[in-house]
Design a protein around this ligand. Structure first.
Ligand code: XMP
Length: 511
């Protein structure tokens, strides 16, 4: 068993997932319990997670330094490394900040050191830190650096303490699995059998929670809510009532897509038209968190109206099924020490006094796992690979006020992006693609006249589990075509820019 001490990283859960997939069992524990639990249970190894704090901040989470004297191998990741250095007598400063990709150069031959086994001399790692280790405690040796960070990968061979400034757990770090596997091998952690996702168990759980009550289902035609809907329908049959709220903020054709996919899986779906109501509530609102809250509140209000109708017809209704996945949860509220990034409309954006209780069958899974469940449930392949689309839809892709006219413009631009990617045969290869009405303005010359119009930002990204992403390296000619079409065909647009920011630091959506 490996103990994973949680300092509030967005990716603590991801570290645990990776460690498990590499064959070791893992338990997430809080820093204050770390020493007492480790003394009692003697885990094979201890991983100190990253976290949003700075080690010198007041109230920054810390750990009893005797953790390093227990004779148990320790791996510190990002904040975990910095804290370890500070507690053992080294120095951390608010130094060079580095977010996104960097090249780590190994300073040792990989075969010379167990923790570096199978690592090439150079590989891409993902960074996300504002502080930097500038001097190491005695006993430590630097075995890897990047252009900006000297202390990229460190080892104290004698005490079996290791530290990485980069994030080995994220999908975009090359050889991240090897780093974690080497640590697990050093710990000699007992191997466990790979834990398969147990679909029957999920269905049993839904049945147990719902009891004999009806469950309303918030469905959008996307992978997460459809997979959740199939699981719920399998669990409770026709006591499940899926509803699609048409708020006018979804992609063109979504309503028909929802009808089609639910016809395919053989479940009836109700459609509720809420276009006018949504637009009215969003009038004059420019703050993205407010937009999400308004949409989240209205969405619950609409389901409560449906609940009242069913109750009037003599049915007992107590639950609302949502397709929330783990990345929604972690960004909305995360764990005890983690920072709130944005309140996803279906988590942090919900009203406090809801009448319906939530059932979220895929809440503890990542996107790629939800896709895997969908595949096993027999959902069509092209459906499983469709792009995620945010619940608040175009409202978070239109910076500033959401008006009917701007939604129309966003729809035209979005369709151009989709059509051109499809024509070029790359639509299914990218994770998400969309234009953002940025709210910024710039000059253009159309015909012979000077125009001042809106800047559209094109965001086309690659990702697997949403936790990290990079921009798609598309052919210039394709980008040119999209840009020309948007400027020519979308009213009021002056120019198109391509967003080449990775996540981290930028989130996928602009709002
Ligand atoms: P960010 O922008 O946080 O997005 O990197 C991560 C993923 O979540 C989607 N997203 C949302 N989905 N409600 C949702 O259901 C929301 O409020 C929301 N905000 C972002 C986003 O499209 C990406 O796939």
């Amino acid at each position: 068993m490996i103990y994973l001490v949680d300092f509030g990283s967005q990716v603590t859960h991801l570290i645990s997932r990776r460690v498990k997939s590499l064959g070791a069992s893992v338990k997430i524990i809080s820093p204050k319990d770390a020493v007492s639990l480790s003394e009692k249970q003697k885990p094979a190894g201890i991983i100190l997670s990253g976290g949003p704090a700075s080690v010198y901040e007041e109230n920054a989470p810390t750990i009893d330094p005797s953790i390093f004297n227990l004779g148990i191998p320790v791996l510190g990741i990002c904040y975990g490394l910095q804290l370890m250095v500070k507690l053992l007598g080294g120095k951390v400063v608010s130094g060079k900040k580095e977010y996104g990709p960097a090249t780590l150069k190994l300073k040792v031959k990989s075969e010379k050191l167990k923790v570096a086994k199978d690592l090439p001399q150079r590989f891409t790692v993902w960074m996300s830190h504002g502080d930097e280790v500038v001097s190491l405690p005695s006993g430590f040796e630097i075995i890897g650096s990047t252009e900006h960070v000297r202390v990229g990968f460190v080892v104290d061979k004698k005490r079996k303490i290791y530290g990485v400034q980069f994030h080995p757990e994220v999908d975009h770090t090359e050889f991240g699995d090897e780093v974690l596997k080497n640590f697990i091998d050093i710990c000699e952690a007992k191997k466990i059998k790979k834990i398969e996702i147990n679909i029957e168990e999920i269905e049993e759980e839904i049945k147990k929670i719902a009891g004999d009550q009806y469950v309303l289902g918030a469905v959008s035609g996307g992978v997460d809510s459809t997979v959740s809907a199939v699981l719920t329908a399998k669990a409770i049959g026709n006591k499940f009532v899926p509803i699609y709220i048409d708020n006018g903020l979804m992609r063109e054709g979504t309503k028909d897509h929802v009808k089609k996919i639910f016809a395919h899986i053989g479940i009836n779906v109700d459609i509720v038209n809420a276009q006018e109501e949504t637009l009215k509530k969003l009038k004059g609102v420019i703050d993205p968190e407010k937009k999400r809250k308004i949409i989240g509140n209205l969405y619950i209000e609409l389901f409560e109206r449906e609940m009242t109708k069913l109750i009037k017809s003599g049915k007992r209704v107590g639950f609302l099924m949502q397709g929330t996945i783990y990345s929604d949860v972690i960004e909305s509220k995360g764990t005890k020490n983690s920072a709130k990034i944005k309140s996803h409309h279906n988590v942090g954006g919900l009203p406090k006094n809801m009448k319906l209780q939530l059932i979220e069958p895929v809440r503890s899974f990542y996107k790629d796992e939800v896709r895997e469940i969908g595949r096993r449930l027999g959902l069509p392949d092209d459906f499983i690979h469709q792009q995620p689309f945010p619940g608040p839809g175009y409202a978070v892709r239109i910076r500033g006020e959401v008006t009917e006219e701007r939604i129309e413009n966003e729809k035209i631009a979005d369709k151009i992006v989709m059509d051109e990617l499809k024509n070029a045969g790359v639509l299914n290869k990218v994770f998400q693609s969309f234009p953002v009405l940025s709210g910024a303005e710039s000059t253009s010359v159309k015909g012979d006249g000077r125009n001042f119009g809106e800047v559209v930002a094109l965001r086309i990204i690659e990702s697997k589990d949403i936790m990290t992403s990079t921009w798609a390296r598309l052919p210039y000619d394709l980008l040119q075509k999209i840009s020309s079409r948007i400027v020519n065909e979308v009213p009021g647009v002056s120019r198109v820019v391509y967003d080449i920011t990775t996540k981290p630091p930028a989130t996928i959506e602009w709002e």
